[in-house]
Ligand binder design. Structure first.
Ligand SMILES: NC(=O)c1ccc[n+]([C@@H]2O[C@H](COP(=O)([O-])OP(=O)(O)OC[C@H]3O[C@@H](n4cnc5c(N)ncnc54)[C@H](O)[C@@H]3O)[C@@H](O)[C@H]2O)c1
Ligand SMILES: CC(C)[C@H](C(=O)O)[C@@H](O)C(=O)O
Ligand SMILES: [Mg+2]
Length: 362
């Protein structure tokens, strides 16, 4: 597991992050040692190509001022891959990712493919990528920049100073549980069903990541579940508690039901430091957290997991088909995701800090 070396994305940006270098030593650093990082670009759909172009431009400037270069290669995912190859995440794209030091993904999806059968949907390609690359930990920081306090729909005194890290489990839960489908019962009525399921080992490893992140931030972890109703959440709560008692007694652990957490995030977001939750709750709460920051177009993320493979760095938002092609999309979530790539995957903290500082100035 990668948790002991996980850096935080807290306001204490001057600490030396040691993320990927530790978990990849001797495995993937050889390319970096030559001064060139192989990065696969997955522009995807909608505003994806626009924000990817902006981000690559910024990374070229970073490289020009640093002692390393990037070797970019494009690959297909989502609707673009369906159109070209009838597969939302073809093997050629998987191989491109696996042979890279890191992967930048913009976003996928769009009206054009919304009525496709499940296996031919852009979203299926995204989930396949996360699962096959073993990216079980998704870090979604929501940090309010002082310059943008007034951009939030909430009062300045509520959002000013907010600095939350949502640690979302990414390869389990109702997203991947089986059985699932739509069936016709004996009474002739159709019913849809999915299975919300977590193995103990899956809960344990994301809890370890979350405690590792919390250790390096405010030593405060809020685990979000629905243990008052769901058995899967009861196990989640037991395992998260156990993991803390055994290995992280210095981290203050709190449990919160997801409905209350959704309310508390709006009522008093500054009570939170690190939040850990399952895949579905994390999806919802991180979009909610984006409105503390002022815009969904500001929320980056890092998807990490298998130490032998690359991480994938992707904004939290989708393909925004309503504004695609209008040159209106905010590229900062994508650019900040590239900063996370520099920090977590490529062990270039100074470049990451420079990029984040540039975003703050902009
Ligand atoms: N990781 C991903 O690739 C991802 C994430 C979420 C949704 N999706 C897909 O995206 C499609 C659209 O979904 P949705 O509309 O529910 O969510 P969305 O995140 O694409 O858009 C929600 C709203 O936020 C705006 N928005 C999003 N990103 C923005 C940016 N960078 N700058 C300015 N405004 C931005 C959009 O214009 C829209 O009004 C769907 O097909 C969905 O499945 C993909
Ligand atoms: C598009 C969808 C599959 C995806 C998710 O639910 O994980 C998205 O909403 C996200 O947050 O990355
Ligand atoms: Mg989402």
């Amino acid at each position: 597991f990668l948790h002991p070396s996980f850096p935080s994305l807290s306001s204490t940006r001057m600490q030396t992050p040691t993320g990927r270098r530790h978990r990849t030593e001797g495995v993937r650093m050889a390319v970096g040692a030559k001064g060139e990082y192989a990065v696969t670009l997955l522009p995807g759909d909608g505003i994806g190509p626009e924000i990817m172009t902006a981000t690559v431009g910024v990374l070229e400037v970073v490289a020009a001022k640093a002692s390393f270069k990037f070797k970019f290669q494009d690959a297909l995912i989502g609707g673009a891959a369906l159109d070209a190859m009838d597969d939302p995440f073809p093997d050629t794209s998987l191989q491109a990712c696996q042979s890279s030091d890191s992967v930048l993904l913009a976003c996928i999806g769009g009206y054009k493919w919304d009525k496709n059968p499940r296996e031919k949907r852009p979203e299926t390609g995204l989930l396949k990528m996360r699962k096959t690359l073993g990216l079980f930990a998704n870090l979604r920081p929501a940090k309010v920049l002082p310059q943008l306090v007034s951009a939030s729909t909430l009062k300045p005194e509520v959002v000013s100073g907010v600095d939350i890290m949502v640690v979302r489990e990414l390869t389990g839960d109702v997203y991947f549980g089986t059985p699932k489908g739509i069936r016709t019962g004996s009474d002739g009525e159709r019913e849809g069903f999915n299975n919300m399921i977590y193995k103990e080992s899956e809960i344990r490893r994301i809890a370890q990541v979350a405690y590792g992140v919390a250790e390096k931030r405010g030593k405060k972890l809020c685990s979000v579940d629905k243990a008052n109703v769901l058995d899967v959440s009861q196990l989640w709560r037991e395992v998260v508690t156990e993991e803390g008692l055994r290995h992280h007694p210095d981290v203050a652990l709190e449990h919160m039901y997801v409905d209350n957490a959704a309310m508390q995030l709006i009522r008093n977001p500054k009570q939170f430091d690190t939040i850990v939750c399952g895949n579905l709750f994390g999806d919802i709460l991180s979009d909610e957290a984006s409105m503390l920051v002022g815009s969904l177009g500001m929320l980056p993320s890092a998807s990490l997991g298998d130490p032998r493979g690359p991480g994938v760095f992707e904004p939290c938002h989708g393909s925004a088909p309503d504004i695609a092609g209008e040159d209106k999309a905010n590229p900062l979530a994508m650019i900040l995701s590239a900063a996370m790539m520099l920090r977590y995957d490529l062990s270039q903290p100074q470049a990451a800090e420079a990029l984040e500082a540039a975003v703050e100035r902009t």
